[in-house]
Design a protein around this ligand. Structure first.
Ligand SMILES: Nc1ncnc2c1ncn2[C@@H]1O[C@H](COP(=O)(O)OP(=O)(O)O)[C@@H](O)[C@H]1O
Ligand SMILES: O=P(O)(O)O[C@H]1O[C@H](CO)[C@@H](O[C@H]2O[C@H](CO)[C@@H](O)[C@H](O)[C@H]2O)[C@H](O)[C@H]1O
Length: 509
């Protein structure tokens, strides 16, 4: 079967032109709003299955702002008669060879799994791709492993995944950068060097090495059978709470009565368990003596000024379309605020938090970095934490920076807030009772989560001993996360922008 590098220059051009149209339509393609100037295929790794021929292409995409990104694109090579025109990405009339999207093919998942199990190496044009199994995987019976059936996971996510025999989960990263992916790094650390078991166990990875640089192409972990994720479970608990509270509305149930309801059966116990798991995760990550990329270090004010600058940049760059966003504007006029005064108050509040904080009051460690309820899987009796890639839109090196665990804690608190306040989203009528219940739910769930987290981390390098420092740091991270979220919502869910804005308002009052 053919290969990109066998094509003539005009054929290559036709193919990269086809990619230029195709890529922005893909869910995992990060820069949909940018204008592509050029697409280059930098590398091709060919993988043959008895019934199909595949290629993993590494494709460099150039934009009109001078920046570029590298993507992994698994394609199937097939003869023209087998494929309808609509499925083809490229067709070469002379050799009757065409490329089509292959991610959904279970055979590809199988081949990639085998690459890891057998530690195989595949040569490309400039470099090589190799599978690496963890010590545990390599201790298993290879024949039994090769009989496992692959299945593509049809979830609309930033990466693509396969399940093998309900035992393994294989994630193929789409956007690549040189260096080890934070997810393989953290999961292998937790699996092999800690006793924390509430994450999928690390089982291996696929790495490419091109011109001396490593790129993580895939992660193999244990498969976690789950009922739902934390976000769905919390939403469901919140809506049950609202239904029950409305039934009791006439019975004059007091605020403390409603809080007790939440604490009892409407996510209060879940929040405590999430607090325990979060604390356990951070404690495990903080016990990493002798590994420079993980070893804890005292927090300096400089570290926070870095985030402060980043928040200012987000407000300048990612909030630029705010003035044309009707929800943003309606919110501003409701609060009697101008755009300029909002951003200035946020800036000032961030600065105040840093200056009042005592330097070195806590240590920074490797953290999850994009911690929210959607990153928790509910197994039916416990929560497992997934997706350690960090914030998807930030550069890899940036996602590996150490921060106090309280940064993840703030992420989870923001997520509880989203559950309560997204419930009222899109409902025209002002419903004061619902607002009151949302406040009560958020406050009770947050208290349960924080109490559990603080109980377990008390006395450790993760928690400031003084209450004042704890509050300052947590508020700083809540502010910083809400600034990020406003930018995120303006780009992806403009009608939800009021949720992080309402949190910001509370924090700058
Ligand atoms: N180890 C696992 N076992 C089972 N399902 C998983 C596992 N990890 C992730 N998933 C499922 O796949 C989805 C996408 O995983 P995630 O790590 O969030 O990928 P992405 O990087 O694409 O966001 C999750 O929402 C979850 O449903
Ligand atoms: O795609 P990722 O899961 O890596 O994270 C990004 O998308 C999240 C949205 O799904 C976004 O999270 C925000 O919305 C959540 C509700 O959908 C809410 O629970 C989070 O608190 C809120 O930040 C996340 O910020 C973004 O990085």
């Amino acid at each position: 079967m053919g290969s990109f590098f066998w094509l003539t220059p005009p054929e290559r051009e036709a193919f990269t032109e086809a990619l230029r149209v195709y890529l922005p339509r893909c869910r995992w393609f990060a820069s949909k709003s940018k204008s592509i100037t050029k697409v280059d295929v930098e590398e091709e790794f060919c993988l043959d299955h008895p019934s199909a021929a595949f290629s993993i292409l590494l494709v460099r995409v150039y934009y009109d702002d001078g920046l570029h990104e590298l993507y992994s694109l698994p394609l199937e090579k097939t003869s023209s008669t087998e494929v309808g025109n609509e499925e083809r990405l490229y067709f070469d009339e002379h050799s009757s060879f065409s490329y089509r999207e292959a991610t959904a093919r279970a055979e590809l998942g199988q081949l990639l799994f085998e690459l890891i199990v057998k530690g195989r190496e595949v040569q490309g044009g400039k470099g090589k791709m190799q599978g690496y199994g963890s010590p545990f995987l390599l201790s298993l019976d290879r024949n039994a492993l090769s009989r496992l059936q692959g299945q593509f996971l049809a979830a609309d996510q930033s990466n693509s995944a396969y399940i093998l025999g309900q035992a393994f989960f294989l994630k193929l990263y789409r956007k690549l950068e040189p260096g080890e992916n934070p997810e393989t790094e953290i999961l292998s650390f937790l699996t092999e060097r800690s006793s924390f078991i509430h994450v999928p166990a690390y089982r291996g990875k696929i790495e490419a090495r091109i011109e001396g640089l490593p790129y993580t192409l895939g992660l193999l972990s244990s498969y976690v059978p789950s009922q739902e994720n934390g976000w769905k479970k919390a939403q469901e608990a919140f809506s049950r709470f609202i239904r029950e509270a409305r039934l009791q509305q006439n019975d004059e149930t007091s605020a403390s009565g409603f809080s007790a309801m939440v604490g009892g059966a409407y996510f209060g116990p879940d929040a405590s368990l999430i607090g325990e798991r979060t604390a356990g995760l951070h404690l495990a990550l903080s016990r990493a003596q002798g590994i420079p990329s993980f070893e804890p270090q005292p927090l300096e004010k400089e570290d926070l000024y870095f985030l402060y600058e980043e928040s200012i940049d987000i407000m300048k760059e990612k909030w630029t379309n705010a003035p044309s966003n009707p929800w943003f504007n309606a919110w501003l006029s409701q609060q009697n605020l101008s755009f300029g005064s909002l951003t200035e108050r946020v800036r000032k509040r961030l600065e105040e938090k840093i200056s009042a904080l005592e330097e070195g009051c806590v240590h920074k460690i490797r953290i999850h970095g994009d911690y929210h309820l959607g990153q928790l899987l509910w197994t039916g009796s416990d929560y497992l934490v997934i997706d350690f890639e960090g914030e998807p839109n930030r550069a890899m090196a940036r996602r590996k920076i150490k921060w106090p665990g309280l940064r993840d804690v703030a992420g989870m608190l923001r997520s509880f807030h989203y559950v309560a306040y997204s419930f009222a989203e899109g409902k025209e009528r002002e419903d004061f009772f619902l607002k009151r219940l949302a406040e009560l739910w958020y406050s009770e769930v947050s208290k349960n989560f924080l109490d559990a987290y603080r109980r377990i981390t008390r006395g450790s390098i993760l928690l400031p001993t003084e209450e004042k420092n704890f509050r300052l740091l947590l508020d700083f991270f809540l502010l910083e996360k809400a600034v990020y979220e406003v930018g995120y919502e303006l780009g992806s869910r403009p009608s939800w922008v009021g949720i992080p804005l309402s949190a910001l308002l509370e924090l700058i009052r």
